[in-house]
Design a protein around this ligand. Sequence first.
Ligand code: PFF
Length: 473
Amino acid sequence: MTRETWATRTGFILAAAGSAVGLGNIWRFPWMTAENGGSAFLAVYLLVVLGVGVPGLLGEFVIGRRARRNPMGALRDLSGSRYWGAVGAVSAVTGVALLSFYSVVGGWILRYLLVSVTGPVTGGAAYLAAPGPYFQQIDFGYQAALFHLAFLGLTGTIVLGGVRRGIELGTKVMVPAVLVLLVGMAGWVVTQPGAVAGYQFFLGFDPAALRANAASVLAPAAGQALFTLSVGAGTMVTYASYLGEDRSLPFDGSVIALLNTGVGVLAGLVVFPLLFSQGVEPGTGGPGALFVGIAGAFAALPGGELLAIGFFGVVTLAALSSSISMLEIPVAVLVDEGGWSRRRSVATLLALVALTGTVTAFTPALFDFVAGTLVDLLLTGGLLAFLLFAGWVLGPDAVEEYATGAGALAARLVTPWMLAVGVGIPIFLVFTLLTTAGVDAQFGVWPTVAAAIAVVALVLLGLRRRGVWRAVK
Ligand code: PFF
């Protein structure tokens, strides 16, 4: 059977942007920003998106388009080694892990949307009366599991449609809808009393706070940057593997990163003013903060019920356009490697995630572990592997693939990109892994940097390849 490809160029951009734009922007980003000091976090996050996220995204694109295969087949075929194939196979696990918690949050959103829509009939959306206790009632347990299944079913339905009629068509509708609705809401929020305090918290740049927090903010900002761009999981390898013709990967990557960052900032411009207008402290409440704080704001505002429908509608669409990209990773592995039909692959994976997600929906501690530590680890480790592969195994081939279809400006950036991908970013990623493990708190920042350099040097010695050096010569 011939492999499916995207029908149009915008189709690929919107699908990849749809993967990037999601709960990470609207639910995780404001929560992380609030927990890590507002604008200081925003500044570090933007730097990491630019310096690590975009080059990383390009690394995945290069591998995917070169191989035209799923992450497992791509690493194996391009290297000729089963071991690299095994490394790539981790992507399938990452996809399942991501979906196992994401679909639970997607279920919460779906429920809030449903309750908002039926609110006028049932005498007011149930969460409006007492947002905090309401969320605590529904966040975990059998109801959360049921809504998780519903969200998972929607995800599976789109992926079943295939690359063109499912993912491409779906994201072509969802992504523009998200943009339009968010812009409209940000415009409406400007008119709310108290909005200014929210803008100040979010955008009021405070260099002193940044200096004081830079080190502690780095790891969560890096984790968030990878998560929000869908980098490290193999989604972008998979999506780029469906590219038919040669277009400019650097251009497409920049557009996707811009769209994603724009939506993140827009979501902040909606969420923070709403929270502040209600006197809700954004730093408290963890993952439920958005639901509790925002629901409280809807209850108090004139026209709030209508706004609630718009808001949870946006979040549902954004979440779906991301969850389909998570499911597509293991689906592509089963279709390419196992020779399975798409239908059988989707059905099998739905059954699996129905199970793992249900366990997550009943177990708050597991949810926290998967959504936080496990995902950060898998994405950081995954990106590390993809970039070392692009830099040292592909080497000159990666440069060629990058340059194919790229304009003159982008082509000039190929050497810095190669050095970043093969040396700079791996050191940075190992550094964030070490800080997550508490090494810097114990031994100080500079010894941790030295340790990160040593680890990468050892890995490169082990790989015994000259890829990057040959490529930049
Ligand atoms: N980028 C998505 C978001 O911000 O919600 C989450 C995500 C999707 C992460 C796909 C990883 C992935 F492979």
